[in-house]
Ligand binder design. Structure first.
Ligand code: ITT
Length: 200
């Protein structure tokens, strides 16, 4: 692989982009979000796996711009709900659902389930695609417990409900500095960092 000087992050989620930028900021790579390059097309996301969805997100961008792109598909898997909402986490509360709608639906679905049975994990599948077709993928997971009520104001999505037993706080209470060390996305990006380090 040649030296990578520019990279598009194929996500419309500003929180994800912010996390990814911060984790990659010490590399001398110019990072562009879809907003930076004025790409407004919604993603096609009809894959059967996180990998297929992530690949769809990057493929359309790489095909259009002819530059490498990094994308990811992620979700929250709750054991008591047999892995739901999983790949459908963003639209769990219905099409156009807000984070608050999704969190409300999740709390309702878990009504009556005791603390020790509310285990869950975030999963992130990262895909890096080059214009010539080389594709690399990495995965990260982060284990936690779904709380009984939202706590904290940082982060996004299910973070106010995602409790980390080791820290006794939710991701929304912990803040980005710690989240970016231990999250599913941080773990997948740590593998991408290793990949970049070997090629720089
Ligand atoms: P892009 O597809 O544009 O990247 P998106 O938010 O639609 O943005 P996904 O389809 O991968 O991304 O959906 C992931 C959803 O999973 C996200 O919207 C949240 O509801 C949830 N999620 C994933 N990672 C999360 C995190 O770190 N914190 C909170 N919720 C998260």
């Amino acid at each position: 692989m040649n030296y990578l000087s520019r990279l598009i992050i194929a996500s419309h989620n500003s929180h994800k982009i912010d996390e990814m930028r911060k984790i990659l900021m010490d590399f001398s790579i110019q990072i562009f979000s879809l907003k930076d390059i004025n790409w407004k097309n919604p993603h096609l996301e009809n894959g059967r796996t996180y990998y297929e969805n992530a690949l769809q997100k990057v493929r359309s961008v790489v095909d259009h711009f002819g530059e490498p792109a990094l994308g990811e598909d992620s979700g929250l898997e709750v054991d008591a709900l047999e892995g739901k909402p999983g790949m459908y986490s963003a639209r769990y509360g219905g099409c156009g659902a807000s984070d608050k709608d999704n969190n409300c639906k999740l709390l309702k679905a878990l009504q009556g389930i005791p603390f020790d049975k509310r285990t869950a994990r975030y999963r992130c599948t990262l895909v890096l695609l080059f214009p010539k077709g080389e594709v690399y993928t990495w995965e990260g997971t982060c284990e936690g417990i779904i709380t009984f009520e939202p706590k904290g104001f940082e982060g996004f999505g299910y973070d106010p409900l995602f409790f980390l037993p080791e820290y006794k706080k939710t991701f929304a209470e912990l803040g980005l500095e710690i989240k970016n060390k231990i999250s599913h996305r941080a773990q997948a990006l740590a593998k991408l960092r290793e990949f970049f380090q070997n090629y720089h």
